[in-house]
Design a binder for this molecule. Sequence first.
Ligand code: GUN
Length: 288
Amino acid sequence: MANILDGKKISQVMREEITQETAAFIKETGITPCLAAILVGEDPASQVYVRNKEIACGKVGIKSQLFRLPGQTTQEELLELVGKLNKEETVHGILVQLPLPKQICEQAILDSIAEDKDVDAFHPANVGKILQGRPRFLPCTPAGIQEMLMRYEIPTSGKHVVVLGRSEIVGKPMAAMMVQKAVGADATVTVCHSRTQNLSSVTRLGDILIVAIGRANFVTAEMVKPGAVVVDVGINRTEDGLVGDVDFASVQEVASAITPVPGGVGPLTITMLLKNTLKAAQQRVGMK
Ligand code: GUN
């Protein structure tokens, strides 16, 4: 039976570290790190995510400001708000919750966020820096996964990491991070996706299999190399409640370690957002 990789527990430890580092930063500089989050429209999942981010900020001593805009907000109106926050001295991190309503071009908005406040690391300049191995911020979900692997002392150097899914938020940056010549990386990386031929033969190559394909229970035991570490990024609402992209029941029989859903990658994503917001404030005053 696989070891359970407990993201909640790691998250708690990390949030205590961030609380202490935030308090020390405030004491030294008199500046309280502040995250501005923008939520456009009424998407229920986004409401929950943004609320959780606010609560998490408060608990570690980071200030948060939530901007709620109606679903009919135009791209120009949203650009104007981002522009204002870019210039606002007291705001260190800006997060625009995705997805955005269809009248707004997401890329145009992400492109407009000040690079040094881009705590999601979605701005093309920050994506480029990640690819070059000199990140300003690491994207929250991939960074959380890397942190979990390191804290569980799961070796990655020379290992074959297979990433299933090629999203801008998880798959692509995850692959870019794991291939770097760096601690917690140094892997041989394969990216596969919904169009990959003979998908099982590819996923079975993974010593570490990271799944972010967005389909409930998609990865079954036959797709996993015996003894592999399986990381499940999926959050799918089904009749059976929240399930991941990995069929947990069958895969835990063949994997050596596996993340549960919920309680795996999810809590770490918000934790890394807190870390990035603190880092943004530290960078502003010339630290880090
Ligand atoms: N929507 C789903 N995941 C994310 C995320 O990591 N950041 C933002 N801003 N929106 C999201």
